[in-house]
Design a protein around this ligand. Structure first.
Ligand code: DAH
Length: 342
């Protein structure tokens, strides 16, 4: 009749990763919630076990309360990041304020979003789900869940921005791997995770502090490195509308084993050399690899049974290649004459 505590702890572990804070509060802390039911059961516990049982319930309660307190969502809801002033003095009809040209008012979708739609459409046709990443995250998703324990030197590869209360602007979309494994598991799992990323970079024509990535993960039984090469190649050939030669180079990421840099033959010059491929004939396009067992396990997937691959590709870079843009900073500086070309 009495609850088995290890079973409850396991259920809480799953819920913490899958339920929203409201759902978590409802399930555990509400009047009819799990904790208050457990306190009611306390009456039936033999006297000598009562104090230990009560202590355990309190520990569970604190665990849930702490988790809710530390959630990113909660902090954001409590504190709006900035206030919008709806009375800002701009009236489009007033003669005093300069009227924008009619063309400026018409607007169009941004080239990055146009390309993103095409890419997501390809993946949907290949049977992938889509889940957008978030623009503020925590240490667990940025590092711990991706096999970067505290103090691991590879954390330095991702120099990004932190808020005063220890949240992080994601430096890559891999931050979503843990959530995707939990949300779409048990396998088969096929999901692409587009989103905005931030890095503390000195900018130049091919580096920006703010950019988009598209992460992909595929997990099932007997998934191999060859499956990864074929999947990424098929998607790129469909997107670039060209047959490609591919090769892989060694790379290092803590969250994959083995890891690789995915390289394609230059779609513009067929390897004869041009400015897009810096006269090498090849373009290094993205990091990829077989998902590390620790990452699978931390996402609730049994790595003894399942394997999978993942990749992360830069949307700005793909857009620049596809649209012949020589300076990726143009994609962010809001120059209307540049944007009108698309
Ligand atoms: N997150 C890596 C980066 O931005 C790229 C990456 C490499 C993503 C390997 C992956 C992967 O999913 O398996 O540097």
């Amino acid at each position: 009749m009495l609850k088995d505590f290890s079973q409850i702890l396991k259920e809480i572990d799953d819920d913490i990763h899958t339920l929203s804070q409201v759902e978590l509060k409802q399930k555990y802390l509400s009047k009819s919630g799990v904790i208050s039911k457990m306190f009611k059961e306390l009456k039936e516990v033999p006297d000598k076990e009562k104090s230990e049982y009560g202590l355990k319930i309190n520990q569970i309660k604190t665990l849930i309360e702490d988790n809710i307190k530390n959630r990113v969502e909660e902090k954001l809801e409590d504190k709006p990041l900035f206030k919008i002033d709806p009375t800002a003095p701009f009236d489009i009809n007033s003669k005093k304020d300069k009227k924008p040209h009619i063309l400026d008012l018409r607007g169009s979708s941004h080239p990055l979003m146009q390309e993103l739609e095409k890419i997501l459409d390809i993946f949907q046709r290949m049977g992938f789900n889509i889940l957008e990443s978030r623009q503020l995250d925590d240490d667990f998703h940025m590092f711990e869940s991706l096999n970067f324990p505290k103090g691991h030197p590879a954390r330095d590869m991702y120099d990004t921005f932190w808020t005063d209360d220890n949240f992080v602007l994601p430096a890559h979309t891999s931050t979503m791997q843990n959530r995707a494994l939990r949300k779409f598991g048990p396998p088969p799992i096929r999901v692409v995770l587009p989103g905005r990323c931030f890095r503390n970079e000195a900018t130049d024509a091919s580096h920006e502090h703010t950019f988009y990535q598209i992460e992909g993960i595929y997990v099932d039984k007997d998934i191999s490195f060859a499956n990864m090469l074929a999947t990424i190649k098929s998607y790129l050939e469909e997107y670039l509308e060209k047959e490609l030669e591919i090769r892989v180079q060694p790379a290092y990421f803590p969250f994959t084993e083995p890891d690789a840099e995915f390289v394609i033959s230059c779609p513009f010059c067929n390897k004869s050399g041009c400015s897009t491929c810096h006269y090498s004939g090849w373009i290094e396009l993205m990091g990829c690899g077989m998902i590390h067992p620790n990452v699978l396990n931390s996402g609730g997937i049994d790595s003894q049974i399942y394997s999978g691959f993942a990749w992360g590709v830069g949307l700005d870079r793909l857009t620049a290649i596809k649209r012949g843009i020589t300076d990726i900073r143009k994609l962010r500086d809001g120059d209307i004459n540049f944007l009108r070309q698309f």
